[in-house]
Design a protein around this ligand. Structure first.
Ligand SMILES: NC(=O)c1ccc[n+]([C@@H]2O[C@H](COP(=O)([O-])OP(=O)(O)OC[C@H]3O[C@@H](n4cnc5c(N)ncnc54)[C@H](OP(=O)(O)O)[C@@H]3O)[C@@H](O)[C@H]2O)c1
Length: 344
């Protein structure tokens, strides 16, 4: 049987990079499920992959996509937790931009039939990453001062909701007044436009010299250096989970060197003396090495959505026929919350 899949055939603009082709429907391996997708989510990593800036992108031609929402079409023989026909969201680890996609069963969770597909798509990569960062690998405590970079985005929105739920004082950065308004609506205490204000100076003006207990960084480069200067002794921890600033830089070794130079050197002895921590997060490595941890995070997210503690923002819903517009919307920094694409 055949299906449609979106092939990334070359790096470049969304217009020239993608082509829809017919492919065979994949067969799940023993530990996998195959999902008939109603929709798939977009992630910023897809934009970087399309630009040729994403290290983990498979060789071209390939099919991008980290998550699908849909009904289980087939299950591998070792999968006991699911049945054909259940509605799930699953982390696909590429291959998601397709009408059928396979996923490790531990990277899938059952979702209610009436859950909006775009809200459901936010669960896997964006809320899953936020949960791992803020509720699994580190814990937040009431009253802590927390900086969330690019806070209006998909992962950013999830982190804001989690930090506010814990009673933290949240500083959230974003690149436009429209996004700052959105951050206020989420309850961010100190929204900062990092395109017009230097966030380091601004936070020092608001809260003094080294006020931050936790920084969630998705920018990389100089932003991490600045965040380290704002970090409190004793409790300070930085969770680095992205390098969006890389997308502004030249491709190749020069761009990589600039990024590394921006990050600076981090002596362990300094962390020890100041009692600080830095954690790097890559959900692909977690999916590879600790699928049980991923499973805990996804189930935690679904439970908190059901209880009303978390509420994904839908940034945009696009037909498959408008995939180019959807990619540009995310890539041009217009989106807030989750962008998803449905099949028709
Ligand atoms: N480590 C992991 O496993 C993992 C998993 C998921 C996501 N991530 C990372 O988390 C970050 C957020 O992902 P997401 O899918 O939720 O995307 P997103 O935040 O919805 O979109 C990216 C946002 O980043 C901001 N940004 C800052 N500098 C940018 C630049 N130079 N170019 C373009 N955008 C820039 C923009 O917001 P402003 O307009 O407000 O600046 C943009 O809207 C990304 O860096 C992604 O790679 C990492």
């Amino acid at each position: 049987m055949k299906m449609r899949a979106v092939i990334l055939k070359k790096f470049g603009s969304a217009q020239e990079a993608f082509e829809i082709q017919e492919r065979d429907i994949p067969t799940p391996q023993d530990h996998e499920i195959c999902v008939k997708a109603e929709a798939f989510g977009l992630n910023f990593a897809d934009v970087m992959a399309r630009q040729g800036l994403y290290q983990d992108c498979p060789p071209l031609p390939t099919v991008l996509g980290y998550e699908v929402v849909g009904h289980i079409h087939a299950i591998g023989k070792n999968v006991k937790e699911f049945e054909v026909g259940q509605r799930v969201v699953s982390l696909t680890r590429f291959g998601g931009y397709a009408e059928y996609a396979v996923a490790d069963a531990r990277a899938a969770v059952v979702i209610p039939d009436d859950m909006d597909f775009a809200a459901a798509a936010a669960i896997a990569t964006q809320y899953g990453t936020a949960y791992y960062c803020a509720q699994y690998t580190t814990q937040l405590h009431a009253g802590e001062h927390v900086l969330i970079q690019a806070a209006a985005g998909g992962v950013g929105t999830a982190l804001v909701q989690m930090a506010k739920n814990k009673g933290c004082i949240v500083y959230g950065t974003a690149g436009s007044e429209r996004k700052l308004e959105y951050l206020r609506s989420l309850g961010v205490d100190h929204p900062i436009n990092y395109n017009t204000d230097d966030f380091e100076t601004k936070i020092k003006q608001i809260a003094g010299k080294q006020p931050l207990d936790v920084v969630f960084d998705s920018l990389g480069g100089q932003a991490v250096k600045k965040a380290r200067r704002l970090l409190a002794n004793g409790t300070g921890r930085i969770i680095c989970y992205g390098v969006a600033s890389r997308s502004d830089k030249a491709k190749g070794i020069l761009g990589d060197l600039k990024l590394v130079a921006g990050l600076g050197v981090l002596p362990v002895v300094s962390l020890l003396l100041k009692s600080q921590g830095v954690t790097g997060v890559n959900m692909l490595r977690i999916a590879d090495n600790r699928p049980d941890a991923l499973n805990t995070c996804l189930k935690g997210v679904v439970a908190q959505i059901k209880s009303g503690e978390l509420n994904p923002t839908i940034g945009g819903k696009y037909s498959i026929n408008d995939l180019v517009e959807a990619h540009d919307f995310l890539g041009n920094r217009q989106s807030m919350g989750k962008v998803a694409v449905y099949w028709e």
